[in-house]
Structures are given as C-alpha cells and as structure tokens.
Design a protein around this ligand. Structure first.
Ligand code: ZN
Length: 227
C-alpha cells in the first residue's frame, strides 16, 4: 500500500513536472575531473563531488515524494562547467527554484563545524554581466525569495533540533548569476568535522536532512511564492 502511494506520488510529480507547473533544479556541486574538497570517513578518502551527488539524489527524492518535480543538473559523475549548470538552471527552473549543493572544509582545523550555510547573490553579482532579458530588479526580487526559502530551510532544521550554526550570507558565486528563478547555494557541512561527516555519509540521516530542505521548498511553493 505504501509502495503504491509512493508510486502515485512520483507519477503525479512527474506529470506535474512535464507540464511545467513546478520545478526545482538541483545542482550537485563539482563532479567528474573536479572532485571538490576532500576529507576522510572511516579511513576512506571522501570527495565532495560524491557527497553532493548523494545529497542531490536524496533531495530530489524528498521533493518528489512531496509532489514537487526536481531536475538534477548533474546526473552522474560528470564534469559540468559552471556555465552549463547555469544554462540548465535557466532552461528548467522558471517558476521554481535553483539549489546548488556543496560541502565545505577548513584545512587549518579538525574540529570546526560551520553548520549549514545558505548563500544568495550579493549586490556585485546582481550588477555583473546581466543579459538583456534579466533586469536587476527581477534579480533583486529573486534574491528576496531565495533568502525567504533559506530562512524556511533554517526553521525546519531548527525545528528538528539539529545543532547547526545555520546562517544566510551573500556572495558573488557564478552559479547564482543570471538564473531564471531564485537561486540558493547551500554548504551542507564541513568535511573536516566528524559530526558533519557522520550524517553526510549516513543515507538515513542524509535523507532526513534533505527532507527538511524539501519541506521548506514545499512551504515556499505553496504559500510564499506569490508574495
Ligand atoms: Zn564545493
């Protein structure tokens, strides 16, 4: 019965996605020749590109179970230039959201935990290299929406009583430029921190946390998008 309900949800999500009602583009950071940051978990070397891909799959599944169609910009261990990620975001996210997933590291400390951090585009990024069809006002509005979703994501993390030092910051990241929808870059945790590595490498805990993000997206799409 549960399996049937799940299948129905997924089929609904796919149909909704096909007719273009709601889409979230998930960008698993790095990939292919670009491994991103490195760390260790239980004696094994771990690459950021693998953690972000596992998170991307888990987030897509959590969204689809909530009836939200998710498109994964990177669909395997492939090298994907930043410009192509933005191009895919532009094609697939109108009316939805773009979420880029990363995992950070500090090389100077084994104990620092940065918690989950949410980044939106800064003023310099908004002014930079605008294509003719995206005006700064629209990008500023996208940023407001991106920050509202990020705040919701933080709420859901805190509701679950996970100990994070979550915060929202602004940066000039290329993947946040010129997307056709609100864009967020999430640093999920720190590869040099053993608590972060424990949940990032545990499929059940990863799925729980990605469902927290999916809940926030659902709340935004249902109640805040029209504001
Ligand atoms: Zn990264």
């Amino acid at each position: 019965m549960l399996r049937f309900a799940r299948l129905t949800l997924i089929l609904t999500a796919v149909l909704v996605g096909r007719i273009g009602l709601t889409q979230v583009v998930i960008d698993a950071g790095h990939g292919g020749n670009d491994a991103g940051a490195t760390g260790f978990w239980q004696e094994d070397m771990v690459f950021e590109k693998d953690l972000t891909f596992a998170a991307s799959v888990a987030l897509a599944e959590a969204l689809e179970l909530r009836g939200i169609y998710a498109y994964q910009a990177r669909q395997g261990d492939q090298t994907l230039p930043l410009s192509e990620r933005v191009a895919r975001a532009t094609r697939h996210c109108p009316g939805g959201l773009f979420i880029s997933l990363h995992v950070d590291t500090f090389t100077d400390s084994q104990t620092t935990s940065g918690g989950m951090r949410f980044f939106s585009l800064n003023d310099r990024g908004i002014k930079q290299t605008l294509p003719e069809d995206v005006n700064p006002k629209r990008l500023t509005r996208y940023r407001e929406h991106a920050e509202r979703v990020s705040a919701q994501m933080m709420n859901y993390l805190h509701d679950a009583q996970w100990r994070y030092f979550a915060k929202i910051e602004r940066r000039n990241f290329q993947v946040l430029h010129n997307t056709a929808c609100p864009a967020i870059l999430v640093e999920l945790g720190m590869m040099n921190n053993k608590h972060d590595m424990a949940w990032l490498n545990d499929p059940d805990r990863l799925a729980q946390r990605m469902d927290g993000l999916a809940q926030a997206v659902q709340y935004y799409l249902q109640s805040e998008k029209e504001l």
